[in-house]
Ligand binder design. Structure first.
Ligand SMILES: [Zn+2]
Length: 172
């Protein structure tokens, strides 16, 4: 890829979502699940009032196990990344946007492009076409605090991937 291609590729939201890795939230069996590992306890501070709420909720949820997957009351929204298709074009193909010439001068490419040859499973929803929206009002306070922590971790992963991608885009 050329420098400009690299730049566009690494600034593309699909690329960044792929680098950030899967969300801690999953759509499974018609509900939203979120996974927590006991290691998380090491990151929490018993002297912090907010963390104590998290620790209590996590210890209760883990119930002595190494990890736990909680099923949360939820509603679903159409995936904003793929608009509910479950797939999107591989960003390495069109991250910089395609021009009319790209498509007109190469009809075989255009046919393959529109025919889905370059499609990959959506990096955001994993092909599920919808993304989970947790029904917060239905959550007990401790579980809500855990859910917010997982959301924060997802945001941190995305932010970290975005920074790495920005460096790659600059050719670092
Ligand atoms: Zn999607």
């Amino acid at each position: 890829m050329s420098r400009m291609d690299d730049y566009n590729y690494f600034n593309d939201s699909r690329t960044i979502a792929g680098m950030a890795g899967p969300s801690r939230f999953r759509v499974a069996g018609g509900g939203v699940t979120v996974k927590f590992e006991a290691d998380l306890l090491d990151c929490l501070d018993e002297d912090d009032a907010k963390d104590r709420v998290l620790i209590a909720a996590l210890v209760k949820a883990l119930d002595g196990k190494d990890e736990v997957t909680l099923t949360l009351p939820s509603k679903f929204e159409v995936c904003g990344e793929c608009q509910g298709k479950g797939s999107h074009v591989n960003p390495s193909i069109d991250a910089g946007g395609l021009t009319r010439e790209d498509l007109y001068e190469d009809p075989d490419f255009a046919e393959a492009y529109f025919g889905g040859v370059y499609d990959v499973t959506c990096y955001t929803c994993g092909g599920e076409r919808v993304t989970p929206e947790v029904d917060r009002k239905a959550l007990p306070a401790g579980v809500l605090a855990l859910v917010e922590l997982a959301e924060e971790q997802d945001r941190d992963s995305y932010e970290f991937a975005r920074e790495c991608a920005a460096e790659r885009a600059m050719g670092a």
